[in-house]
Design a protein around this ligand. Structure first.
Ligand code: ADP
Ligand code: MG
Length: 584
């Protein structure tokens, strides 16, 4: 950040009037925000924040920045007095966080403020006390270089505002959220927060965003965050970097979406919307990812002077920003683990003329008797598909199968407690990786139908072009145009051996049609195939079948999630059980 070297001067009246005036201080966190931004602008390396009663009683921000020169301290508390901006032209390329010259006077007007500061090159420091904006005390004294601003009894003279303050814990949470955001925005600076004398947060200032993630969210969460890295959005003027949570890691609150635009922490609907879109279909309903986005774009592409609190921005090219973010996040997620593009289903009209069909040579094994599962759960000696990197945390321990629950979950015992495994999701994962591996070796197992099937998409649906027909053939379909927009299917991938075949084919086509193109069409087909080939919930499994499924899941490279990103299992640790039973 730029260090303040220029003296403070009052902005010309026309400049001031063109900067929209408004409410700057809404709550204790707004005060903290303004003071911290001033510290950053002053080139501080170490910023210590202290609050009492959520900031209502006291807010203190101490920095080791450039300080305020002796003869400018009082001026700093006058409206539109700033050392950071001279003309309206400079507003388009403002590189400091502050520029409006409004914060200190606004804060001082509604509280009791004490400033202790010593500027670079000055022997003694300045002490200034204000009450309701009026100077009540002024002194010189020895002080370390930097600035300490103490704000007491916020809104003491505006009872209406005081009434709108939320509980101490809510206000304190806003402050700590803010500090962690700035720590993420400036990984090279050290931020500390004390609340009621207790250390709530401290960042190390290593310069690495990942280190701050560990400090903010803990090691376990940080390890499950995916780095956006390079290659994302490089063709655009908008560069997106940062971290996004893997699809299995989510929160019930959207407040873990942190967006930094040119180092400025902002709340922006467009940004949040782009993130949500990127996660579309990956998160359970009502859940939100943890995301820290660093968005960099030329300063003339973004207007930061939208709101006095400067927490809103306006992008010149919203489309470019939206797609850069969406692409960067989506690509990062897709790189880690293949994703479904869209798993919602619409009702096809009567699309299939399903003639009677049976599988050739299937015999009794493939015709499920009532209540029995016709599954070929043989152990596969195939290499695991290259699905992301396999790490220790993905590995599944050896499990002892105990039984089935609700014809949906397999109960297993592992070295560290109990596992509940979703039989459908688990089998989906197994089939998905098997299909990928077979596809990569051009060896997808196929089954010939006794009677061919005629598939006919309705008028609202696109047909299947030659290129896609070729892909389908690679995946084990024997499919050809049959006239009038219909297709004749003579064989299908072996994974589709169970269930309603015609409905499966329709679903697969439909899902592939709705794909948003973030991953290859044939990947969509593979996801759908795995889903439709997998055992359903509600199916009774024998102990043997369950054991086989678990063995296969253990061999999967990403056993803990299904291809849609949902968890395949739930782990209840021995400690948790003991706790629940009051043994600890
Ligand atoms: P702005 O940040 O928009 O310039 P402020 O009211 O926040 O307006 O601050 C007024 C001026 O006071 C700043 O321009 C800066 O020169 C000075 N100032 C405020 N806080 C600090 C600080 N912590 N260290 C050094 N200078 C500061
Ligand atoms: Mg400021």
């Amino acid at each position: 950040m730029t260090t303040v070297a220029t003296p403070i001067k009052k902005l010309a009246e026309d400049v001031a009037s063109r900067i929209a005036a408004g409410e700057v201080i809404e709550r204790p966190a707004s005060v903290v925000k303004e003071l911290v931004e001033n510290s950053i602008d002053a080139g501080a390396q170490d910023i210590r924040v202290e609050i009492r009663e959520g900031g209502r009683r006291l807010i203190r921000v101490a920095d080791d920045g450039g300080g305020i020169p002796h003869d400018e301290v009082e001026l700093a508390f006058q409206r539109y007095a700033t050392s950071k901006l001279r003309s309206i032209e400079e507003l388009t390329e403002v590189s400091t966080l502050g520029f409006r010259g409004e914060a200190l006077p606004s804060i001082a007007a509604v509280s009791q403020v004490t400033v202790a500061t010593r500027a670079r090159g000055e022997e003694v420091g300045t002490l200034l006390r204000l009450e309701g904006g009026r100077v009540v005390d002024r002194d010189t004294r020895g002080a370390p270089r930097g600035t300490v601003i103490t704000v007491e009894n916020l809104f003491y003279n505006t009872p209406a505002r005081l009434k709108f303050m939320r509980s101490v814990t809510t206000e304190a949470r806003h402050v700590s959220e803010l500090i962690t955001c700035y720590a993420m925005a400036y990984p090279g600076l050290r931020f500390g927060l004390l609340s009621e004398g207790r250390r709530v947060f401290q960042s190390g200032g290593t310069g690495e965003l990942y280190d701050v993630l560990v400090e903010v969210y803990g090691l376990e969460v940080a390890q499950r965050m995916l780095a956006i890295g390079n290659g994302s959005g490089t063709d655009s003027t908008v560069v997106v970097d940062g971290f996004v949570s893997e699809p299995l890691l989510h929160r019930s609150h959207a407040r873990n979406l942190t967006a930094l635009v040119n180092g400025r922490f902002v709340r922006d609907r467009l940004v949040n919307y782009a993130i949500r879109e990127a996660y579309h279909g990956l998160l359970p309903k009502g859940r939100h990812p943890i995301v820290v986005l660093e968005i960099a774009l030329p300063s003339q592409e973004v207007d930061v002077n939208v709101h006095p609190a400067k927490s809103e921005v306006r992008f010149r090219d919203t489309g470019a920003v939206f797609s850069a973010i969406q692409r960067a996040v989506r690509q990062t997620l897709a790189r880690q683990a293949p994703l479904p593009a869209n798993t919602t289903r619409v009702n096809w009209e009567q699309v299939v003329q399903a003639r009677q069909h049976r599988l050739v040579g299937a015999g009794d094994r493939l015709a499920p008797r009532p209540g029995e599962l016709a599954l070929e759960l043989q152990r596969t000696a195939e290499p695991a598909a290259p699905v992301g990197e396999r790490t220790a945390k993905d590995k599944l321990p050896m499990l002892r199968v105990l039984g089935q629950l609700g014809r949906t979950y397999i109960i297993g015992e592992g070295p560290t407690g109990m596992y509940l495994i979703d039989q459908h999701a688990a089998h989906e994962r197994v089939l998905y990786e098997r299909l990928q591996s077979q596809r990569d070796r051009a060896a997808v197992a196929s089954q010939t139908l006794v009677e061919p099937l005629v598939v006919e998409p309705g008028p609202r649906h696109a047909g299947i072009d030659e290129a896609r027909l070729a892909k389908l053939r690679e995946l084990g379909f024997d499919i050809e145009p049959f006239g009038g927009g219909a297709y004749l299917v003579q064989s299908v991938p072996a994974v589709l051996e169970t269930g309603d075949l015609s409905q499966s084919i329709v679903d697969i086509m439909e899902e592939a049609e709705e794909a948003d193109g973030t991953r290859p069409w044939e990947e969509e087909i593979i996801v759908s195939l795995a889903c439709h080939g997998a055992i359903r919930s509600g199916q009774t499994l024998t102990l043997e079948q369950m054991k086989e499924l678990i063995v296969q899941l253990e061999q999967a490279s990403l056993p803990r999630s299904c291809p849609h990103g949902r968890p395949t299992m739930l782990h209840v640790s021995a400690e948790q059980l003991d706790r629940e039973f009051g043994r600890r």
